[in-house]
Structures are given as structure tokens and as C-alpha cells.
Design a protein around this ligand. Structure first.
Ligand code: 13P
Length: 337
């Protein structure tokens, strides 16, 4: 552990534990301006700062959200932004007992020398940015890199993904931010669930190898894995019990119990599917807090219900709360359809 990270060690452990508290998970609302533009376009809205602000205001101020949500991941714009009625977004979250987090990666670009795969940028200047984000109220960070099964994955792409995550995690801890470690294994492809398991096993082995090499403190990180499912175009579908069985087997083989929280991404699953899969994973006690860090599976219906109309804000917030409450119950293994 580096000297500076050790000065934050107690705080990192506390932050991670509070995010991984029973019955709560993370609202991922950190879409980049480009991705947020696509979401707004789907409801016929222009991608302006005012529209992004109106939508994010709706999300952070949903009454009672903090009962089900312990952390919210923000894009940089939102971390420094005020709500439409002039309060700091960060302050609204803290009042709701929700910890603000920040997406710190700079996105994916082609990985030269690979099989059309990508790597994740953002290490240059990351220490300086992380210190500024902490000052601004962020207490955890997210770095999302991806691994593609149909395109390989090549040994080069897996190593690059794992190394980048480990450098980012170390720099985050050095600056007081709990790193969410997210190697997303993309759903795209015709492969079956066994192939996903095999790739995920290799990816997590390398991620933990490099986390250790970089002296990252496991008690002060959170993971954001993909669930182990068949490829999106695979004809054999898997039940929530099968997804839970494969995913938990993977976690038990690869993830030390010192890691406080496993916060799954939804990765294009439907809202109900994501809830059912999480619920199935929580039918028996786990060594870690197994929960959610969903974007689409919390927001899809909410966004559609809003449709950009002020008169629909309350109804939209109610749909967000319904998804958040359902996933909260699923975290406790108590969700019923
Ligand atoms: P989805 O839940 O929509 O996959 O998004 C989560 C996320 O933050 C991906 O990085």
C-alpha cells in the first residue's frame, strides 16, 4: 500500500461498506454526453445541457431514493452541475443519503495490434483529476473497460484491460476514491454460457493478479462484473437460476471475500430480467454484498415515462422508485413478481 493511500485506508473501507449496505445498490447515471444524447434522442429531445440537467434533476431528486440507492455514479458534467432549481446535484444526493461517484475513464478506442478490440483511455492526469473530484464531493469512482468474446478476446486485450483497471484502482485509492473495477464482458455474440464463464474466469484472474501487483487494498474496492449469461444472439437461453449458478461459481473461484461489494451491471438485460437474476443470486448467503449498479435496467421506463414533459416528472420518478425498490428486494433475495 502506498503511503498516501494508507492515509485514506480507513475512509476507503468505510465508503465501500456504506455503498455495500443491505438492501441498497448503485444508480449508474454516468452516461457520457454522447450516450446521454442517444437516450434523449429516443424520446425526441435535443442533446442540450439544459435537457441533460432536467433529466438528471429528475433522477437525483426522486423522493425516498436513498432508501434503495446508496451511491450514484455521475458524469463529470453532473458532478459540477446544479439542478434545474439551482441546488448542487451533489448536495441533493448527499441529503438523500446517497454517495456521489464519478466516471473517470475517457472511453474506449481501438487497440492497435489486436483483433479489432478496444482499450480504455484515461490514466494521463488521472491523479490530478481524482483529487479535484474528491474536493467536489465524489467518494468513489468508476472505470469501465470492455472485453469482446466474438473478437477473441486476445491475450493482449485481456492484459491491457486488467492492467488499466489496476493502475486506475491504485490511483483512485491514493486520492480517497473507492474504485469500482469494471471489466464488462460484452453480451454480443452467439456463444453459449460456458464460453462466457471461461472468458470471465480468465479476465478476473488477470484483474486480481494486476490489482495485487499494484498494491490495491481489496477492502477498499467494489467490483462491477457482467453476469455470466449466454451471448445475446445465442439460441439457448438461461434461466435466472442458471445465470445465478454460473455467476456465483465464477465469483467464488476468483473474488476474495475481502472485497465488500459486487455491484452488477445490467448490460442490456430487460428491467425485470436484471431484477430476477439478482434475486436468484441472493437466495443463499454470499461472502460479499451482491447488488446492482444498473443504468438501463433502472432508467429505461423512467426515461420513457418522462418523455421530456414537466407534467410527467412525478410519474417518471415513481417508475424509478419501483425499479429501485424491486432491486433492493432482490438484493435481500426477497423479490417476487
Ligand atoms: P447498464 O446497467 O446499462 O449496463 O450500465 C451500467 C454501466 O454503468 C455500464 O458501465
Amino acid at each position: 500500500l502506498s503511503v498516501k493511500a494508507s492515509s485514506y485506508a480507513d475512509e476507503l473501507v468505510k465508503t465501500a461498506k456504506s455503498i455495500a449496505s443491505p438492501g441498497r445498490g448503485i444508480l449508474a447515471m454516468d452516461e457520457s454526453n454522447a450516450t446521454c444524447g442517444k437516450r434523449l434522442d429516443s424520446i425526441g429531445l435535443e442533446n442540450t445541457e439544459a435537457n441533460r440537467q432536467a433529466y438528471r434533476t429528475l433522477l437525483v431528486s426522486a423522493p425516498g431514493l436513498g432508501q434503495y440507492v446508496s451511491g450514484a455514479i455521475l458524469f463529470e458534467e453532473t458532478l459540477y452541475q446544479s439542478t434545474s432549481d439551482g441546488k448542487k446535484m451533489v448536495d441533493v444526493l448527499v441529503e438523500q443519503n446517497i454517495m456521489p461517484g464519478i466516471k473517470v475513464d475517457k472511453g474506449l478506442v481501438p487497440l492497435a495490434g489486436s483483433n479489432n478490440e478496444s482499450w480504455c483511455q484515461g490514466l494521463d492526469g488521472l491523479a490530478t483529476r481524482s483529487a479535484a473530484y474528491y474536493q467536489q464531493g465524489a467518494r468513489f469512482a468508476k472505470w469501465r473497460t470492455v472485453v469482446s468474446i466474438p473478437n477473441g478476446p486476445s491475450a493482449l486485450a485481456v492484459k491491457e484491460a486488467a492492467w488499466g483497471l489496476a493502475r486506475y484502482a491504485s490511483i483512485s485509492q491514493d486520492n480517497g476514491l473507492v474504485p469500482i473495477v469494471e471489466p464488462e464482458i460484452l453480451l454480443d455474440g452467439e456463444h453459449g454460457i460456458d464460453r462466457t464463464f471461461e472468458v470471465a474466469n480468465k479476465v478476473w484472474a488477470e484483474v486480481f493478479y494486476y490489482l495485487t501487483e499494484n498494491n490495491v487494498m481489496f477492502e477498499g474496492i467494489l467490483l462491477k462484473p457482467s453476469m455470466v449469461t449466454p451471448g445475446a444472439e445465442c439460441r439457448d437461453r438461461a434461466s435466472p437460476q442458471q445465470v445465478a449458478g454460473y455467476t456465483l461459481r465464477l465469483l467464488r473461484q476468483r473474488i476474495p471475500p475481502a472485497v465488500p461489494g459486487i455491484m452488477f451491471l445490467s448490460g442490456g438485460q430487460s428491467e425485470v430480467e436484471a431484477t430476477l437474476n439478482l434475486n436468484a443470486m441472493n437466495q443463499a448467503p454470499n461472502p460479499w454484498h451482491v447488488s446492482f449498479s444498473y443504468a438501463r435496467a433502472l432508467q429505461n421506463t423512467c426515461l420513457k415515462t418522462w418523455g421530456g414533459r414537466p407534467e410527467n416528472v412525478q410519474a417518471a420518478q415513481e417508475t424509478l422508485l419501483l425499479r429501485a425498490k424491486s432491486n433492493s428486494l432482490a438484493q435481500l433475495g426477497k423479490y417476487t413478481e
